[in-house]
Design a protein around this ligand. Structure first.
Ligand code: GDP
Length: 141
């Protein structure tokens, strides 16, 4: 166990559905610290860069287009074992397979428009956090 940071995103489908507040409540109930947060409407180039690891997947273009449909809430969360704990709270990628009580089960519309993102490892978090947040934005308060 260690204190970690992860990149969390409330995706455009969940922002459009006006469930940001309910997702933030779940985050606060877990006692994660929201270190930084901002609403960003990604360009196609920004979405493509963020999902570069998925560039060979058949859904890549569709996913990037979906991520530009509207603003996302980008956050850096901090806490004990937060990478796995946030992914547990998110639930499976496909909401049809997500466990009861998870955010995706409750709020996702499809395997693509699935409400939230979370870094899947320390290595991913180390790439994803600086993709959107500068060290100034993460300055300890
Ligand atoms: P995650 O770690 O649970 O977010 O899942 P992945 O890293 O495998 O995929 C990244 C994102 O791509 C997912 O959150 C979905 O938005 C999207 N995605 C994953 N699988 C599919 C798929 O089979 N079809 C489509 N259209 N989108 C997908």
């Amino acid at each position: 166990m260690s204190v970690q940071r992860t990149l969390a995103i409330v995706k455009p489908d969940a922002v459009a559905k006006r469930v940001v507040g309910r997702i933030l409540t779940r985050i606060e109930e877990e006692s994660f610290t929201i270190l930084a947060a901002k609403l960003v409407h990604m360009s196609l180039a920004e979405a493509r860069g963020f999902y570069y690891v998925h560039r060979e997947r058949p859904f890549y273009e569709s996913l990037c287009s979906f991520m530009t449909e509207g603003p996302c809430l980008l956050m850096v969360l901090e806490g004990e074992n937060v990478i796995q704990r946030w992914r547990d709270l998110m639930g499976a990628t496909d909401p049809a397979k997500a466990a009861a009580g998870t955010i995706r089960k409750e709020f996702a519309s499809s395997i693509e428009a699935n409400a939230v993102h979370g870094s899947d490892s320390l290595e991913s978090a180390a790439i994803e956090i600086p993709y959107f947040f500068s060290s100034l934005e993460l300055y300890p308060r």
